[in-house]
Ligand binder design. Structure first.
Ligand code: ATP
Ligand code: MG
Length: 695
């Protein structure tokens, strides 16, 4: 079908669109509401209805706001920040920064001198605005029959009780608290309680091993660790308290004993009678916290006081302790949430990420609650009891915004449409993706099948370091392209540079950098400011270097091509892993693919592809040939993999990202150099891969 571009026609005449974005005029497009029938369709245009009701309803409106945010960042962000409560307003300088290492230490400050509290803004402020009885959190347990909910007023009471307890045991402003909890409501409660009293939380994903947990404890020396006895994930019971005990034996050896362990009794997984216990040192949450008052005064903090530290996923190596502060992070997460999901007060929002990752910090806890949104917290696994669980939950709570990761989209796509189509899903309005580039074929499936061709997809590109979305669709404004994160968020100036750091113009491909700071930017790596400068600000002086590769097409759309360490150079062609993987995944029998480069005498590098097939499809020479053909026909002969390695499973971080660093070593048979595999979700897949490598 041919899209009517009437309501976008002014795009053609706007001169300030990002790098040629005005030239959108393509016959092979669909309008939101229509299914994508053919692979060639590369444009999904927002419908009149969607745009009319949207916060930003045209490219022109986006353009005006974007232009203002770049030309007058102080004015733009001050106006937004004024919607929050500040005990004292910030000083005359809204932003002061130096991100150029040649001019001295890298320093980023926003709203300096402002005094506020993010918990107050997320809870008390929304209650004062009349939303006390609105549901803040819905909770869905591992078993479909377990659920619960808290209104804003009830959530505040729970937060205050814990905050009072923490104060009582001596936790004060600036003290670190480690939180090692599964997705119970107590996890956001614990984060908010720390924020309320000015303590710095360090949430550790409750899937991490004792070793990873102890490393993080040793790094931040917490006064208290908050955990629970056990959790059920799918059909498994995981004894978190034992992991905590083991981690603390290790940390004590390293001079960091943590004397107080507040343990939530997660009855549905394990009762207290069967939990190993050390009287006097271990304390049951339920025995103490409910006795504390439900009101707790707020510790007012400086905008630049630390809010939390969080370690990156570790896809490329040792995780980095990313430090975020209060004021700028608050303003930025709230604003990005609002615009990228086109948030409406009536929305029911579900982000499948765990609070152990940045996505769970910014877009389960802070961003949505600052907007007064209703948030669903899900404890279980998305394929338990079966692959229809997500849509069962969507129907049960009438979820309107569903935000997830490509890895889950691909897994559900592999399991088959029946699991999706037997649920209504008619409440859904906006979909979202984060974590990796989303393959165009997975995008189309998400759009056609999950969203019934009604829902735009916000493919949000960002990082633990950035605090919030950086390049993302604003769904009512721009036509979308399957697999592209589209355009920068307000205030963000992305640049694509070549090896020497020269900014590239127009259609181009290179290293993605950011020109100036933004409110949500991280301020340091915990305890290692030098590594902060070296990793992010020295590779291309004058810029923040993201570590990701990116290309910009003739319409100005951004396409993330993967991490730059993963770019493969075959006979002088620079090939992004994402592109080849997407071609492979578009093959109907391919479920997942991961591509790496291996040294090649003639070509420099050659392409080595690991592929997982759809359930029930056996690997054969025919499959191999047709996979290679898919790449040849979609990209070109130069990108055809020399080797296809059938993989029963792929090594992934615990946040679901493929770890190519390990695959590179397997491909080049450097098996004794696999490096740190402790952040892998399932280390046994590595052995499986080595075993089948002569397949
Ligand atoms: P580490 O830095 O420890 O290697 P990590 O980079 O995986 O781990 P995160 O901060 O969780 O840790 O992930 C950010 C990265 O995820 C980005 O740099 C990018 O490579 C990838 N990413 C996230 N969202 C998207 C997206 N929408 N499109 C493409 N890539 C994405
Ligand atoms: Mg990273």
């Amino acid at each position: 079908s041919v899209a009517p571009f009437d309501h976008l026609s002014h795009v053609e005449s706007t001169s300030q669109l990002p790098s040629g974005a005005g030239r959108i005029s393509r016959p092979n497009a669909v309008v939101l509401g229509e299914a994508i029938a053919a692979e060639e369709v590369d444009l999904v245009v927002p419908s009149h209805d969607f745009s009319r009701d949207a916060l930003v309803s045209s490219p022109e409106q986006y353009q005006q706001m974007y232009k203002r945010s770049i030309e007058d960042p102080a004015g733009f962000w001050s106006e937004i920040a004024s919607e929050f409560y500040w005990k004292e307003r910030w000083g005359p300088e809204v932003c002061s920064e130096n991100i150029d290492v040649r001019k001295g230490t890298v320093k980023i400050e926003w709203f300096k001198g402002g005094v506020t509290n993010i918990c107050y803004n997320a809870l008390d402020r929304n209650i004062e605005a009349g939303n006390g009885d609105k549901v803040a959190l819905y909770w869905e347990g591992n078993e479909p029959a377990q659920d619960g909910q808290l209104t804003y007023a009830q959530l505040l009471e729970k937060v205050c009780q814990l905050a009072n307890y923490l104060k009582h045991v001596g936790v004060g402003k600036g003290d670190a608290v480690v939180i090692y909890l599964p997705m119970l409501m107590e996890l956001p409660i614990a984060m908010l309680a720390c924020a309320r009293i000015g303590a710095v939380h360090s949430v550790v994903f409750a899937g991490f091993s004792a070793e990873s947990l102890s490393q993080r404890i040793i790094d931040c020396k917490p006064k208290v660790i908050i955990s629970c006895n056990a959790v059920r994930r799918g059909a498994k019971t995981i004894h978190l308290k034992e992991i905590v005990d083991n981690a603390l034996v290790e940390s004590t050896k390293n001079g960091v004993p943590v004397d107080l362990r507040l343990i939530y009794e997660n009855k549905s997984a394990m009762d207290r009678e069967t939990t190993k216990w050390l009287e006097g040192r271990d304390i049951w949450w339920q025995d103490v916290v409910p006795q504390y008052p439900t009101k707790c005064s707020v510790e007012w903090v400086d905008a630049e006081d630390p809010l939390f530290l969080l370690y990156t996923s570790g896809s490329t190596g040792k995780p980095k302790g990313v430090l975020h502060t209060t004021g700028g992070y608050m303003v930025y997460t709230a604003t990005t949430f609002k615009y990228a999901f086109d948030y409406k007060p009536s929305d029911v929002y579900w982000c499948t990420a765990d609070c152990g990752w940045i996505t769970g910090h910014s877009y389960v806890t802070y961003g949505p609650l600052l907007n007064g949104a209703t948030v669903l917290v899900f404890e279980g696994a998305p394929s338990y009891p079966d692959s229809g669980r997500c849509w069962d939950i969507v129907d049960k709570y009438k979820v309107t915004i569903f935000y997830t990761a490509p890895t889950l989209v691909r897994a559900l796509m592999r399991d088959g449409d029946e699991y999706v189509t037997c649920y209504s899903r008619k409440s859904l309005r906006v979909l979202g993706s984060v974590g990796e580039p989303i393959n165009p074929s997975a995008w189309r499936w998400f759009y056609n099948v999950v969203g019934d061709s009604r829902c735009p997809i916000s493919d949000t590109w960002w990082q633990t370091e950035t605090g919030g979305f950086m390049i993302t669709p604003i769904p009512g404004a721009w036509p979308q392209k399957p697999g592209s994160a589209t355009f920068p968020f307000f205030g963000i100036e992305p640049v694509i540079v070549d090896e020497k750091g020269n900014e590239l113009e127009g259609e181009c491909s290179g290293y993605l950098c950011i020109k100036k700071s933004w409110p949500g930017a991280f301020r340091s790596l915990y305890g290692d400011h030098e590594r902060y400068e070296t990793t992010y600000f020295k590779p291309f002086t004058g810029y923040y270097f993201t570590g990701d590769g990116c290309s910009r097409d003739k319409d100005g759309y951004h396409w993330l091509t993967g991490r730059v360490d993963d770019v493969i150079n075959v006979s002088g062609h620079r090939i992004g892993t994402a592109e080849v993987e997407s071609a492979l995944v578009s093959h109907p029998q391919c479920a997942e693919a991961a591509v790496v480069g291996v040294d090649h005498e003639v070509k420099g590098q050659s392409i080595y592809a690991f592929v997982t097939l759809v359930d029930g499809v056996p690997y054969s020479n025919e499959v191999r040939k047709s996979l290679i053909l898919a790449v040849r026909s979609q990209i070109g002969a130069f990108a055809a993999p020399d080797k296809i390695h059938w993989a029963p499973g792929l090594p992934k971080t615990r946040s679901g990202k493929i770890m190519r660093r390990i695959l590179r070593k397997i491909a080049s048979r450097q098996l004794d150099e696999l490096g740190d595999t402790s952040t892998l979700a399932d280390p046994s897949v590595v052995d499986q891969l080595i075993e089948v490598s002569d397949h």
